[in-house]
Design a protein around this ligand. Sequence first.
Ligand code: HEM
Length: 415
Amino acid sequence: MASQHDGSLGTSYDPMRQFAEIAGDVRDPYPMFAGIRADSPVLHVELGGSGSRYRHDQQAPRITSLFTVTSYELARQVLTDNVRFSSAANAMTIGQVMGRTILEMDPPEHRRHRALVAKAFRARVLDQWSDTIIGATIGELIDSFAGDGRADLIPQLTFPFPVRVIARILGLPEADWPSFLRLSTQLIAVMRNWEGALAASRELRGYFAEIIADRRRNTRDDLVSQLISAEVDGRRLSDEEIYPFLLLLLPAGAETTYRSSSNLLFGLLSEPGQLEAVRADRDLVPQAIEEALRWETPLLTVARSATEEVELGGVRIPAGSFVAVSLGAANRDPGWHDDPDAFDIFRDGTSHISFGDGAHKCLGMHLARMEMRMLLNAVLDRLPGLRLDPEAEDPHIHGLIFRSPPNLPVRFDPV
Ligand code: HEM
């Protein structure tokens, strides 16, 4: 796989650069969200142009009329109402390159298909992966720089971490990981580079076809084997039904967790008092994770479409309109949290909707939390004296679709 892919797309491909581009260079969209929310909790914008709803028509879909929801209460209302707000909106965007995933299904079809993978992602089941997969991956990555006294935690730790975890959960051979990471990165850049994402989708399908064929011959203890033996309505899934699952799981699990881990480390490194408090009392780790997810959600927006005319927050939304739920704006709604722009792990009862809500609430949230917890504990255990590199140039978080820091240069006492 590796040589074929390197040859077809050239050797200059740099996944970190591509991720930085996806993030965009918007430093702080939160004042803008606050302004919109203060004006109306639902912003209506006419975008013009004609829409396209066809899958694989090789043209990026156009969204003509957009309603953006910025209040916490209304965001939850939309996400928990599958009847009036359909997830079919995702078919117009990410569905074009991934095929029909659970992300774009509505109940009851959604429930049946989600149940197939849900078992593998339950908190209890995940324990089997904690040491062998997650701990081992973190250990390998930190080993490679622990003796140096300095590192950039994004390319050296948080970026490669979750994609390796997912590749291991899927049981993919280690030699394939670099190509796999490159293709996943390209796939999720769908809204920025449409053609590149379609090409990556085709290549990944070809790759998964080989993996599925192999697992049909030799069943193993991995997620691909579980999907092959799973049944919906008494029948086994075809390869065409399994691809979208695989295409969704890797980017959904790799991109978001890389960014959320980066934001967690960035928040703590920017507030050394809070970092030291967590180092001294590891019981604070879970609340540090939840506050980081609230403060800087890695994914700013999720999409829905109105199935009928709806009134939301005093705004009339016509049937068929595209509804963008701004998770970032909702998490910082001052009606929900005091001083919402501050990163404060000691705030009373932090809560957020960074994992969404309702039927589509993130399937991988227990895995994501476990990954973030194990990563933070390992960083605190193995990198004594960890601090932002005083020579770091302008450390910051950016992005308008996804958010995280492009770099995180640190110093620590080498061991
Ligand atoms: C901090 C990390 C993560 C964040 C912030 C996050 C966020 C989200 C959000 C907001 C949704 C809902 C989308 C919607 O309602 O349209 C979602 C769904 C989903 N997530 Fe995550 N996610 C994370 C990690 C993961 C991981 C590690 C995996 C799996 C390996 C994963 C797999 C999924 C899947 C399969 C869905 C679709 C669920 C459905 O449609 O029923 N996510 N995620």
